[in-house]
Design a protein around this ligand. Structure first.
Ligand SMILES: [Zn+2]
Length: 332
């Protein structure tokens, strides 16, 4: 039997920056049920290429939601010549430790670097576990992510994701190496190419390419099977997200690792692109016809009915409303 579960994210308003008040809304309502043997299931840990392994945290048939102890995203491990590089070490101290355990099953080499693709807390709060064990590991992130953490979003995400957990508390660890895009870092014998295409899923997503492994990490730009940017639609620029997804496709890698969902080939970003463009085109078309965002949502739910099985499809309205505002702004 499959595991039945529902994950819903709702976001509450919060002031973040003194001059510019950015409202981010979040609260998580997690409803879940486990099958009899769910607790015995290990989260899927798969090899993507010669040196790259990924915990597929969002496949809830193999990695059930378990408080803050299982990942909901895809922490990735790259085994270099002289050390290990981690991409997006997960949503908590506990998930970060799970990532370290998985590394131990592969190699005795130390973690020398961590990359955080973006600020949404599911992806980076595991930094703490890496620093606890490997204090000299450098944590890389876009400079805007670092600014935003320091502006108050670090506390916000710790509370939103781990606030109700009764076990050992997670603390956020600010990345210590700022990126701006275009860098080619040489770490542990590997080249790490950083791509930044502007405001997309957030204002600072980085695409991470490992040319020798023919692999691209998509971060929050592509999640599957899921409505993109549904969690925090007000953080996204949808035209930018479409452009960034096309950019990722143009990199023509062999392997793509989504922020959530199963790694795949180039069809993965192509599928994400098709969905996002169909949604945006629909919003634009019905906006021009004078429909409200609510009316547009109802029509698009019917038009895109082949996607009803995607997580959070019922929450499509949040993304449509935000797209509507952005289409409206574009029209002035
Ligand atoms: Zn995200």
């Amino acid at each position: 039997m499959p595991i039945f579960l529902f994950l819903q994210m709702v976001f509450m308003v919060m002031k973040l920056i003194k001059a510019l008040t950015l409202a981010l809304c979040a609260s998580y309502l997690i409803t879940l049920s486990f099958s009899l043997f769910a607790s015995e299931i290990e989260c899927d840990f798969r090899q993507v290429s010669k040196r790259i392994h990924v915990i597929v945290g969002s496949n809830h048939e193999t990695c059930p939601i378990k408080e803050v102890e299982h990942p909901l995203t895809n922490p990735a491990i790259i085994v270099g010549d002289s050390g290990v590089i981690v991409i997006d070490p997960g949503s908590s101290l506990q998930v970060g430790r799970l990532v370290l355990e998985r590394i131990k099953s592969l190699t005795d080499k130390p973690v020398v670097a961590v990359f955080n693709t973006h600020i949404h807390g599911l992806y980076w709060l595991g930094n703490q576990a890496v620093k606890e064990r490997f204090p000299s590991a450098r944590i890389y992130a876009h400079q805007r992510m670092i600014e935003r953490i320091k502006g108050g979003e670090g506390d916000f995400w710790v509370q939103a994701i781990t606030g109700n957990y009764q076990g050992e508390k997670t603390k956020f660890v600010v990345p210590d190496a700022a990126l701006s895009g275009g860098e080619i870092e040489s770490i542990a014998g590997l080249k790490i190419k950083i791509h930044y295409t502007g405001h997309a899923h957030t204002d600072h997503d980085v695409l991470i390419e490992i040319p020798e492994e023919n692999t691209v990490f998509l971060g929050g730009l592509v999640v599957e099977p899921e409505v993109p940017s549904q969690g925090v639609p007000q953080d996204a620029n949808f035209k930018g997200q479409m452009a960034a997804t096309r950019y990722a496709i143009a990199l023509a890698a062999e392997h793509y690792v989504p922020g959530r969902g199963k790694p795949d080939g180039i069809d993965l970003p192509k599928r994400a692109s098709r969905f996002l463009e169909a949604l945006y085109d629909g919003v634009q078309r019905y906006y021009e016809d004078g429909l409200t965002d609510f009316e547009i949502t109802e029509r698009l739910k019917a038009e895109l009915s082949q996607y009803t099985q995607w997580y959070d499809f019922s929450q499509l309205g949040g993304v449509v409303s935000q797209m509507y505002l952005q289409v409206e702004q574009e029209s002035f």
